[in-house]
Design a protein around this ligand. Structure first.
Ligand code: FAD
Length: 389
């Protein structure tokens, strides 16, 4: 089979790229390791930058998001026990955020792909990339017990952190930047009404976050040791720990219920440079990972794909400038989000080796944030998302 673009991975990056290429009439196929049902069962991101919201609207994927999503007007940070610092991003930088689950975006993308008749090879194994340094790369894999080979002009590596694309680039041309954090996030999903706004907490017992997916689906997290396992955390223990980390009047507003999902995620920052090699272009988690504190992972996947789809469409119109500058342009935005996510993680968590000096410096920074319009503007500008180039 020959196509113009072979997309590896049918997560948000791969399927948004597919959708944008469909709209521009660029032929492609998508190759995915697991089943459609499995992809749709993964509970992940839920806070969208305003640029992501506008990107989804512009390409015809905004209707359900606008109906079911929840606009966040403020970021709230509880600290020093009962105090809550509220940053009004609309007032500071004229932009808001949208709460809309990654699972919903994934459903919207699969529905759009069904309408367009996109070929997606689900449950593909032994995916291998060949001749990526040449103008005639190919991908081989096994699907339904049959060996397949796709010859193409480009390969888009949208297969997440554990995918095959990034490791197909010779190690000698890749530079990796990595930081691991000495704690994880224990998250639960519960079918209960959420708080009306996002609430972060820096407490003496560690970080906590109250977030939402929709009006009857809440997402809560607490910082936990990496050595903890989900079995050690009954729902009762989780709710008690969450409440101990929040101001009393916030905790009393939360309606508890049984968790319908519970997981522990490690926190990591990672960037691989460059994001392209020959005819292979990486997008999303395949090239970079951020700790979820800044809610940037999904939003970076969207901005990478925005740049990459424009570059590929331009190539078929005879113009290669965006293709040649893809990696450098994407990395500028990636590093903005990587730095911001690292900073917010450092500001809001208790580190196991945190000294009294570190603690006072953290409190000072939160105090500065609560009194300085300049500091709140800088936080808002980065939280709602830096502009696209
Ligand atoms: C627990 C958790 C919570 C998160 N919370 C947030 C949040 O609040 N806000 C935020 O912005 N981000 C968050 N993220 C990050 C966000 O979910 C990711 O950044 C986003 O999924 C990236 O999309 P992607 O398409 O690049 O990668 P993925 O979603 O990982 O998709 C990659 C796809 O490629 C497939 N694949 C892998 N290997 C192969 C292969 N060899 N061949 C073919 N296919 C392959 C995978 O099965 C997968 O479907 C969270 C992530 C996790 C794990």
């Amino acid at each position: 089979m020959h196509t113009q673009v072979a997309i590896i991975g049918a997560g948000p990056a791969g399927m948004l790229l597919s959708h944008l290429l469909n709209r521009a009439g660029v032929e492609h196929v998508v190759i995915e390791r697991v089943s459609r049902e499995y992809v749709l069962s993964r509970i992940r991101a839920g806070v969208l930058e305003w640029g992501t919201v506008e990107t989804l609207r512009e390409c015809g994927l905004g209707d359900r998001m606008d109906r079911e999503g929840h606009v966040h007007e403020t970021i709230n940070i509880a600290w020093r026990g009962e105090e809550v610092l509220t940053v009004d991003t609309g007032e500071m930088v004229g932009k808001l955020m949208m709460g809309y689950g990654q699972t919903n975006i994934q459903e919207d993308l699969y529905n759009a792909a069904d309408t367009a008749g996109t070929t997606i090879f689900f449950e593909s194994s032994d995916v291998e990339l060949h001749d990526i340094a040449t103008e005639s790369p190919s991908v081989t894999f096994i699907c339904n017990g049959v060996g397949e080979r796709i010859d193409c002009d480009f390969i888009a590596g949208c297969d997440g952190f554990h995918g095959v694309s990034r490791v197909s680039i010779p190690a000698s041309v890749t530079t990796e930047y990595e930081k691991e954090y000495p704690f994880g996030w224990l998250g639960i999903l519960s079918e209960t009404p959420p708080l009306p706004h996002l609430l972060y907490a820096n407490s003496s017992r560690g970080f906590a976050l109250c977030s939402m997916r929709n009006q009857m689906l809440s997402r809560y997290y607490v910082q936990c040791p990496l050595t903890d396992s989900v079995d050690e955390w009954s729902d009762d223990r989780f709710w008690a720990e969450l409440f101990d980390r929040l101001p009393h009047d916030m905790a009393t507003q939360i309606q508890t219920g049984p968790s319908i999902e519970k997981s522990i995620a490690p926190l990591r920052s990672y960037v691989a440079e460059p994001m392209s090699y020959g005819r292979l272009y990486l997008a999303g988690d395949a090239a970079h990972i951020v700790p979820p504190t800044g809610a940037k992972g999904l939003n970076l996947a969207v901005s990478d794909v925005r740049y990459l789809s424009r570059a590929i469409v331009d190539h078929y119109a005879g113009e290669d400038d965006y293709l040649e500058s893809y990696s450098a342009m994407a990395l500028r935005r990636v590093w903005g989000a990587v730095r911001f996510s690292w900073w917010l993680t450092s500001l809001l968590h208790r580190f196991p080796d945190q000294t009294a000096f570190d603690q006072r410096a953290q409190e000072q920074e939160l105090g500065y944030l609560s009194t300085s319009r300049a500091a709140q503007t800088a936080l808002s500008e980065q939280y709602v998302g830096l502009p696209y180039e």
